[in-house]
Design a protein around this ligand. Structure first.
Ligand code: C2E
Ligand code: CA
Ligand code: CA
Ligand code: CA
Length: 273
């Protein structure tokens, strides 16, 4: 028994070391990727359920690695957040999303929003609003065609600061949506106090439609409407999901049922421009 547990410990140490090495390697590669501009945005359409029209595209970051191919954000965003590199990557994401949206408009795409995910660290950057306003100016995109998606993880900052920042965005004309709603803390308080424009129901509630989740989705939709907020559901994968959301008067939907996130050069073809 003693021998065995020692082996287990060796194995544990070994895997720890391996995990650590891998992270170091990934971090080095991430630095390189920033320098060499190896990120790409893909865009997933969002639909209004009353008009059946596209209202916007969510910009989702991919790391295009020369050997490993596309690395999904779940594999590098957490590391980027831990190391602070998210500030540089995130700045690029906002700029690129605005630039791309303006380009589409110039090429004849009916004007729609582009939604950009912000990590908490980014949101808490002191000059964020100023920087966003600068990006809008540089790219020529009108502020109403940019939406920012934040999550409840911003709660680590003080409430006054969050509210002030959200107000500044509202004055600038940039909309802010609360993403992954229902998965974090003190959600109800946020809904009533923060000047937001939209709530995004987390896809876990859509994808596992048990009795509890159905009740939660209904409640989120009714509550949002009572507070004058729009609701979008993500992770809509089939007709059944869609019918349920239509019946519950959800405002907007997004998911594989309509389209996976598309590379920028496929967007105009997708909407037949
Ligand atoms: P998220 O903001 O919740 O984005 C939605 C995720 O769900 C995307 O994964 C999207 O591809 C996926 N998705 C869309 N429709 C469906 C569906 O019908 N079924 C399923 N199963 N999944 C669907 P993705 O692109 O891998 O992004 C994962 C997460 O990484 C995002 O979750 C977001 O939190 C983060 N992320 C992505 N891009 C950025 C970025 O530029 N900045 C920051 N800070 N985070 C980002
Ligand atoms: Ca999002
Ligand atoms: Ca989400
Ligand atoms: Ca998320």
């Amino acid at each position: 028994i003693k021998e065995e547990s020692r082996n287990d410990f060796q194995l544990f140490k070994h895997s720890l070391k391996k995990g650590f090495k891998e992270r170091l390697r990934l971090e080095t590669e991430l630095h390189k990727a920033i320098k060499e501009d190896n990120f790409e945005l893909h865009f997933q359409p969002q639909y209004d359920l009353q008009s059946n029209e596209i209202t916007g595209f969510e910009a989702l970051c991919r790391w295009n690695h020369e050997e490993m191919g596309y690395i999904p954000p779940d594999r590098f965003i957490p590391l980027a957040e831990k190391t602070g590199l998210i500030l540089e990557i995130g700045d690029w994401v906002i700029y690129e999303a605005c630039r791309q949206n303006k380009l589409w408009q110039n090429e004849g795409l009916e004007k729609v929003k582009v939604s950009v995910n912000l990590s908490a660290k980014q949101f808490l950057q002191r000059n964020l609003v100023e920087r966003v306003s600068e990006i809008l100016e540089e790219t020529g995109l009108e502020s109403k065609y940019l939406e920012l998606e934040i999550t409840e993880s911003i709660a680590m900052s003080n409430e006054r600061y969050i509210i002030d920042t959200l107000k500044e965005f509202r004055e600038l004309g940039v909309q802010v949506a609360l993403d992954d709603f229902g998965t974090g803390y003190s959600s109800l308080k946020y809904l009533s106090q923060f000047p937001l424009s939209k709530i995004k129901i987390d896809r876990t509630f859509i994808q596992n439609q048990n009795k509890q989740n159905i009740a939660i989705v209904k409640t989120i939709i009714h509550l949002s409407h009572a507070l004058n907020l729009k609701v979008i559901a993500e992770g809509v994968e089939n007709e059944k999901d869609l019918t349920f959301l239509v019946n519950e008067r959800c405002d907007e939907v997004q998911g594989f049922y309509f389209s996976k996130p598309l590379p920028a050069n496929e967007v105009l073809g997708f909407v037949n421009v």
